[in-house]
Design a protein around this ligand. Sequence first.
Ligand code: PRP
Ligand code: MN
Ligand code: MG
Length: 181
Amino acid sequence: MNNDIKEVLYSQEDIKAVAEKLGQEITKDYEGKNPIVICVLKGAILFMADIAREIKTYCELDFMDVSSYGDATESSGEVKIIKDLDTSVKDRHVLIIEDIIDTGRTLERLVDLLEHRNAASVKICTLLDKPERRVKGVSPDYVGFEVPNEFVVGYGLDYMGKYRNLPYVGILKPAVYENND
Ligand code: PRP
Ligand code: MN
Ligand code: MG
């Protein structure tokens, strides 16, 4: 599995440091607001688990499964809700946790939906931002790292369902996906 990685972009230590930093900002911004912190499955699970521990004030955790890529390397443009939230967001402050923003289609759809449900506020925290690929006007409020336009996997990010369990973010060797296309 590690052999399929061309280069490690962000190590476990890099990610831990950035989660601590963002956690401090989020703690300060959400003190007394009891936000609903939403993990966008499946990619955000690892980041959610780490960032949640760095939020040192009251909050609730919820999960939503939204998928646009399926098994392709490109976003299809169609965003499907596979599992909705258990909690009502009406009049609640909402913080969405993502692993990566690429075209922005997933988050545009999600932010629209939560605003439509009358959330008090909707903010976005993403580990990775790939602004070069953006086709929608989504901009995150908390960003771990800006990434170059490379196919990155690990720490929640997958290719064909694999590599999510890598503890770091790395660039996938092109040979891996060229063989599959
Ligand atoms: C990936 C990633 C983001 C989204 C970003 O999820 O985890 O949620 O794509 O792409 P976008 O900005 O172009 O919409 P994916 O749909 O692959 O589902 P997954 O999290 O289950 O892997
Ligand atoms: Mn995702
Ligand atoms: Mg995916």
